[in-house]
Design a protein around this ligand. Sequence first.
Ligand code: MN
Length: 198
Amino acid sequence: MIKKIDLPYPMDSLEPYYSKETLAIHYDTLYTGYVDNTNKTEEKLKQARESGNFDSIKCLEKDLSFFGSGAILHGLFFENMGPAIPTSPNVELMQQINKDFGSYDTFKTQFTKSSIAVEASGWNLLVWVPEFQKLEILQCEKHQNLTLWGCVPLLVLDMWEHSYFLQYKTKRPEYVEAFWNIVNWNVVNKRFEKTLEI
Ligand code: MN
């Protein structure tokens, strides 16, 4: 059984950058759906193993990737936001950003442009790639396509319409600009520190 993460702040604390109404639907309804569907898929896989009937294995494993990745990314997303109290990359992460992107401003510009350019429903992610020993920015289609295997998501931004349409309508750039105000870099720093163990 996978479990939902607890929302680490009150539902209205990302206002005005991320509305209470959007967050409530996103966290309570949509995220819950991904977690529930992941658990249902795990149950069906267990039944397939017990019965020896693997006729639906392709569909079940696709569902596991889709719903499971949706559950994981949403948990990361809600955790890497927070009330608009200024935080910043720590010394270690900033050094790596400067090394891999040239400067923080260039990183921020690339992440912003990449987010806005995500095709249809997907995500934008700052990731650590252990194989490359390098930070990269990746777009993701749906919840599971276009990854680099083994990468560790550090900062993720949900670019599905359900994440911004109620508040920002079609104004994706305004949504992404607002996001920078509610990034909790303390969480991102901790995620980066953990990659040093890999
Ligand atoms: Mn979402």
